[in-house]
Design a protein around this ligand. Structure first.
Ligand code: FAD
Length: 490
């Protein structure tokens, strides 16, 4: 009888869970190991005083990539999760406190764009046409394909040059949109995957069309409900799940991973290993003995990391009915702010933010008559050396003040449950290099072949899924990274 291969997956983010399920459906024996006592990684859930806070992802795009995981085992996803489309995707608030609702109704959106700047109505329509061209190649053709060989990248170069992928998202959008407010709004997407719109490759402008094609959705019960459902599915199909155990070492010999070491020196032998843990951290700290490869070391030393995130979760005694499910406030000095975050690594008081109010759609996320929120502020990652242990509380006060001035009057009077996290959380709890929110930055020189390969550059039976590997961060990205593994005999 053919021996069944034993594959271990390290990490239970969306990428790790999807990889575990895909491999199980192909007949491998799969064990998933997670450092935390709960699954989900960035998509974990915090609970306090009757409030349910999705810690990370809130915007569900391309839900079919989630449904596919159930379909692999001929299960009906409706029995596990309920994902519903939203009408208003984001409400933008600009620094003069004017607003723009950005949502599924294109006619209304074009009308509102026209009110802000007449010419930009046609510009936006052209922008969507161009975004679709990038989507057709960047997402449909390349997102779930392996980029571990140079020749494959070389083959794509003519298409990437034609799409001007070396330009930034901001350059791309500015070709079609004149108004400064609208430029800021329509270049927001890179920030959702850890990039600076002024330097992120314009490939990411595909998200503009991706949202329009498949919509923007919410998972009832929160994104955490999807993680719970996937955990149930993993149990049903026989994936072994080990929680609360950190992998401390990956042993290899003759270019093959042999085993992993957990706390208390527990050794688990593996035939193949899939890492959902942050690749720079894995290569730097877990692999033993260290691999001496000058070129790879040079690449790692030059890596640029995505920004950090400060997230403040809070419940309010009253409901803020005028706040939409998703709000994005764009500060006056947005570009200056991004320069400080990405280049000089300084904290700025004139920040932009994203505000999540799940109880706008799903009242069960908060106790009756109350509201549940998180506000996410992009900040420098921990290369900044900011001491969040001492500055975190002060920053919270600034965040509350900003919310009071721009969207939630008298907020401090109504807050009754609160938690905050800073880049320290990402570094210490989720083992992410420099506490970045989204692993390495999605710039052209760190995308596709230039990102961490899904099949390791250095070891034969080591694979990577998740934000740091191709194609990159965001739920659709990390779910696609797991699909790339379908191309390999693991
Ligand atoms: C605040 C926030 C908001 C976001 N909003 C959205 C959104 O609205 N929509 C969207 O699509 N995307 C969003 N994203 C991005 C998206 O959440 C992430 O890109 C994606 O969830 C990352 O998944 P991953 O597979 O890379 O794994 P991660 O979630 O990074 O999980 C990796 C796991 O590996 C574990 N691990 C690491 N090292 C070890 C070890 N040595 N041993 C054992 N376990 C280990 C960690 O504990 C962690 O659980 C958001 C991210 C954040 C942080």
């Amino acid at each position: 009888m053919k021996n069944i291969k034993n594959v271990v997956v390290i990490g239970s983010g969306f990428g790790g869970i999807a990889a575990a399920l895909r491999l199980k459906s192909r007949g491998y024996e799969v064990t998933l190991i997670e450092k935390q006592n709960d699954l989900g990684g960035r998509a974990r859930v915090f609970k306090k005083d009757g409030y349910i806070f999705d810690a990370g992802p809130t915007v569900i795009t391309a839900p079919h990539l989630i449904y596919e995981l159930f379909e692999l085992f001929k299960k009906n996803y409706d029995d596990y999760i309920k994902i519903i489309p939203l009408k208003i995707w984001y409400q933008f608030i600009f620094d003069d406190l004017s607003k723009l609702n950005y949502g599924e109704n294109l006619e209304e959106l074009l009308r509102d764009i026209k009110k802000i700047n007449k010419k930009d109505k046609d510009g936006f329509e052209k922008l969507l046409v161009e975004s679709k061209k990038i989507f057709n190649i960047g997402f449909l053709k390349l997102a779930d394909k392996p980029f571990h060989q140079a020749w494959y990248m070389i083959k794509q170069i003519p298409a990437l040059i034609k799409l001007k992928s070396y330009n930034s998202v901001y350059d791309f959008v500015s070709r079609y949109i004149r108004n400064d407010k609208l430029r800021k709004a329509f270049t927001i997407h890179p920030l959702l995957v850890g990039g600076n719109p002024y330097s992120t490759t314009s490939i990411y402008a595909l998200i503009l069309f991706l949202e329009r094609k498949w919509g923007v959705h919410y998972s009832m019960g929160g994104t955490g409900n999807i993680i719970n459902a996937l955990e149930k599915l993993m149990q049903e199909v026989g994936i072994k799940i080990i929680k609360g155990k950190e992998v401390l070492k990956i042993n290899h010999k003759n270019k093959n991973v042999k085993s992993i070491i957990l706390e208390n020196n527990i050794e688990i032998k593996v035939d193949s290993l899939v890492c959902n843990a942050d690749p720079p951290k894995v290569y730097d700290e877990l692999i033993y003995p260290k691999i001496q490869n000058k070129l790879f070391k040079l690449k790692c030393n030059r890596l640029k990391y995505s920004m950090g995130l400060y997230v403040f979760y809070f419940g309010t005694k009253k409901k803020y009915e005028n706040i939409e499910h998703h709000t994005i406030y764009l500060g006056k000095s947005h570009r200056k702010l991004l320069n400080k975050i990405f280049y000089t690594k300084e904290l700025d008081d004139d920040f932009s933010y994203y505000l999540h109010r799940p109880s706008a759609t799903d009242p069960d996320m908060a106790p009756a008559g109350k509201d549940c929120f998180y506000v996410l502020v992009p900040v420098p990652n921990n290369q900044s050396k900011i001491n969040w242990k001492s500055q975190g509380y002060d920053f919270k006060k600034k965040v509350i003040k900003k919310l009071e001035e721009t969207s939630m009057p008298k907020l401090s009077k109504y807050i009754e449950a609160e938690i905050f996290i800073s880049p320290d959380y990402f570094e210490e709890k989720l083992n992410t290099k420099h506490g970045s929110g989204f692993s390495i930055e999605p710039i052209f020189t760190q995308s596709a072949y230039f990102r961490f390969h899904n099949k390791s550059e250095l070891l034969n039976n080591l694979y990577f899924v998740g934000a740091g590997a191709h194609p990159g961060a965001g739920i659709p990205g990390v779910l696609s990274s797991a699909k790339v593994l379908d191309h390999f005999e693991i």
